[in-house]
Ligand binder design. Sequence first.
Ligand SMILES: NC(=O)c1ccc[n+]([C@@H]2O[C@H](COP(=O)([O-])OP(=O)(O)OC[C@H]3O[C@@H](n4cnc5c(N)ncnc54)[C@H](OP(=O)(O)O)[C@@H]3O)[C@@H](O)[C@H]2O)c1
Length: 247
Amino acid sequence: MKAMITGASSGIGEAIATNLHDLGYELIITGRRKERLDDLATRLGGDRVAAHTLDVTDTAAIHALVEEVGAVDILVNNAGGALGLASAQEAELSDWLTMIATNVTGLTVLTHALLPAMVERRSGIIINLGSVAGEYPYPGGNVYGAAKAFVRQFSLNLKADLAGTGVRITDIEPGMVGETEFSLVRFHNDTERASSVYDGMQALTPADIADLVRYIVTLPPHVNINTVSLMPVDQGFGAFNVTRHSS
Ligand SMILES: NC(=O)c1ccc[n+]([C@@H]2O[C@H](COP(=O)([O-])OP(=O)(O)OC[C@H]3O[C@@H](n4cnc5c(N)ncnc54)[C@H](OP(=O)(O)O)[C@@H]3O)[C@@H](O)[C@H]2O)c1
């Protein structure tokens, strides 16, 4: 049994890869930083793990990898993240386009490449990493939230098409997950700003998400979990923002 995990070089992807390896899967771990993938392969003991450099924004590279590795039993579309927290009118266009290319286009191309073989074999599980940002807007979330809304709706529409095929599809939508590089990447390597995000609160951990994946993939084959939304106990929703006397 083979599982491909994108973005396995840190955070949630690394934890999911570790759990799937524990379950006995042969892994194809991908990401742009090969040395991090090689480290993980070594930590997992080297057997049943193939590390492949893959930038998910490179469609030709995705097709070449799929051609090389063939069908998989599990695809975890985890690679992604946020860039910046500026308001829409101040955000960098390059950040927006990178978020769309990674969170939306990369996930879509890889799914398109691997799905037909799953349907042909009448089995397979796709797990997408969405976010609570895909359902609940927040200031500065703009394109990141929109990209994760795509992940949510694409996952539900896949479920519609895949009914009766034996292929399962889940969108996991976490709130704040610490012990990842998510905030470091979002704040363009500003370590102080990144660590302050989790000050004084208990965030979810990558292991929490990986345990959820373990649960999902060990369910009987007739059970499909469509969407999972989860948050730290210390996180909640904001009130509606009302601007008064603005003119
Ligand atoms: N942390 C949170 O609070 C949180 C909450 C909700 C959802 N999520 C989602 O969970 C997923 C994992 O994030 P994380 O929290 O674990 O953050 P992370 O530690 O920054 O991990 C992101 C992973 O994505 C990979 N990646 C980024 N751009 C890529 C590209 N162009 N091609 C291939 N791989 C790429 C990175 O690997 P390389 O840099 O080596 O390529 C890295 O392994 C993301 O989709 C994120 O949006 C995170």
